[in-house]
Design a protein around this ligand. Sequence first.
Ligand code: PBG
Length: 328
Amino acid sequence: MIKDLDLLYRPRRLRRNENLRSLVRETVLTVDDFISPIFVIAGKNIKNEISSMPGVHQYSVDRLSEELDQLLNVNITRIILFGIPNEKDPTGSNSYSELGIIQQAVQFIKKEYPQFYVISDVCLCEYTDHGHCGVLTENNVDNDATLEYLVKQVVSHSQAGVDMVAPSGMMDGMVTAIRHGLDEKGYYDIPIMSYATKYASAFYGPFREAAESTPQFGDRKSYQMDPANIREGIKEALLDVDEGADIVMVKPAMAYLDVISKIKEAVLLPVACYNVSGEYSMIKAAADKGWIDGEKVMMETLLSMKRAGADIIITYFAKEAAALLRKN
Ligand code: PBG
């Protein structure tokens, strides 16, 4: 037995019960932190569960209300849309067509569910037959040619009534091009949430099944970032601030908490993170096997993102986490 320990500091004093612990808690999750992704697919009467993402579905527009009602039930009113068109081509023309899948979905939601704040993912990969995030010149993703298509896409989304656009293709200058393109048409008030710091990550695997957007050749390493780089990640965020982004994003989240934290210090804009598909699927799979407590690991993971500095968390867990928060 150690006797007469003269301990001045006993951190355990503040951990004695939940009443006290919640008084000194530094980070708290709320439903207002979350944006829920939705996959919208062309066609009728479709509700497909994505096999690698249990609980996440592709919906056709005529069945979207099933998902929207569930979200409203747990007070989630912010969504980001991904489209899966019926036809793909080299320039991803469905993405900027008046009758495109996103355009139809946005029109439906704004008309029938005006309580939602609707964000659109802006990229070509779900719409091109080659699956890359831009148009090709001799099998290379052509940066500047792609910018013109991104502008067409955001203008078309805006005409359909979208509230915010979120370019995710990692093209240089995409925020400048999109800001000018929107302003030229009078859409000054549509904010840009830029996927500023997006890494070439294996954690996107299940999403590519969900969005049917796997590249048909090569990979995305010539435009998405090298996971080894953090200084370059900060630079990407700062560039997008200069280009006029309203929110900058880090993606993925779980394996990049250091990047979130550093970018939070470096910029004065809200910082978002994307808790991506592979991060979701890993937790779901381990929970399904009974190896972890899925709900607790989910909440701890989301909390870690907020603690790292994220003001906004895009997550497939949004619905479940919001339901839990409401219960507590
Ligand atoms: C590209 C895009 C991707 C994701 C969101 N937008 C995939 C990619 O870069 O291949 C990934 C999201 C996820 O994994 O949950 N439009």
